[in-house]
Write a protein that binds this ligand. Structure first.
Ligand SMILES: Nc1ncnc2c1ncn2[C@@H]1O[C@H](COP(=O)(O)OP(=O)(O)OP(=O)(O)O)[C@@H](O)[C@H]1O
Ligand SMILES: [Mg+2]
Length: 268
């Protein structure tokens, strides 16, 4: 009688998967680096223009007061103030010309669980180095939002970078980063909480202003949250700090759900 054999072959594809994942992360890094470079030049110039505008307005107000007094003794001073304003306007115009154009990528249905997962992979080394425990709680069957994948990656990277920086500065050895996604009615919520020192209530508006930073490093410009807020606005969302939490800091973000994707969901 002829015997029948069944041959079972198992191939360990862990290495191939790791290789594909590493390539994917490398591509994301390159994409984000270019976008971040252009955006940060742009935001820095816009921030600098905003900073120059404040003393310029004060000088203009002083000039108006002197003109109103209509005293000949002030003519020389008025001339100086007008000269300062002229130079200021030239400086602002020069900076405005240097603002690089931004490339608007098309808005597509985006799954934020996927984006957050990718950003966590990008941050993996940083999180490991600083012994940070990550609690990642994605909502299953999360509906999509409409947006730009790359911009959203930059948004979450800014927030996670800030959370890591806050936990490094904090003396608490128990470092916890917790991220979750939820939905409520027509909104999608993302919460990013850390166990750092938190943000004092009187600084919670200031942190969104250009150049506000408490970090000492040479690579910090105080523009991360300005960029983050701009991206949230671009996606018709809201960003806020949860004032209820007692320890650390929790950023909560809300985005409108993409209408046609409420029933058609992506699984991550
Ligand atoms: N999770 C957080 N915990 C505590 N403080 C925070 C947190 N996130 C932001 N901040 C405060 O807000 C400030 C502004 O943040 P932002 O991201 O705009 O600038 P930065 O991180 O200091 O510099 P950059 O992002 O340009 O490298 C920070 O310097 C810090 O004081
Ligand atoms: Mg930052």
């Amino acid at each position: 009688m002829q015997k029948k054999y069944l041959i079972l072959t198992l191939t360990d594809i862990t290495k191939q998967r790791q290789h594909i994942e590493a390539l994917h992360i490398q591509t994301l890094k390159t994409l984000m680096a270019e976008d971040e470079r252009v955006r940060s030049i742009r935001e820095t110039l816009l921030g600098a223009i905003h900073q120059i505008q404040m003393p310029m307005n004060q000088i203009m107000a002083a000039e108006q007061i002197l003109l109103h007094k209509n005293d000949e003794k002030n003519t020389h001073l008025i001339n100086i103030l007008q000269q300062i304003q002229k130079s200021g306007k030239v400086a602002v115009a020069t900076m405005q010309e240097c603002i690089p154009e931004i490339y608007h990528s098309a808005e597509i249905p985006v799954n934020l669980n996927q984006i957050l997962h990718e950003v966590l992979l990008l941050e993996a080394q940083n999180l490991l180095t600083h012994n940070i425990d990550v609690q990642w709680r994605p909502l299953a069957n999360l509906p999509n939002i409409l947006g730009s994948e790359n911009r959203l990656r930059i948004l979450f990277k800014q927030l996670i970078d800030n959370a890591i920086a806050a936990m490094i500065q904090c003396e608490n050895p128990d470092k916890q980063l917790s991220i979750c996604t939820q939905t409520e009615d027509d909104l999608l919520h993302v919460r990013i909480a850390d166990s750092g020192n938190g943000i004092p209530s009187d600084k919670r508006t200031k942190i969104f202003e250009p150049f506000y930073t408490t970090n000492k490093g040479s690579n910090t410009a105080g523009m991360g949250l300005v960029i983050a807020k701009e991206i949230v606005n671009q996606h018709h969302g809201l960003i806020d700090i949860d004032s209820e939490i007692e320890q650390g800091c929790c950023f909560q973000l809300s985005f409108p759900l993409h209408k046609s994707s409420r029933s058609e969901v992506t699984h991550v």
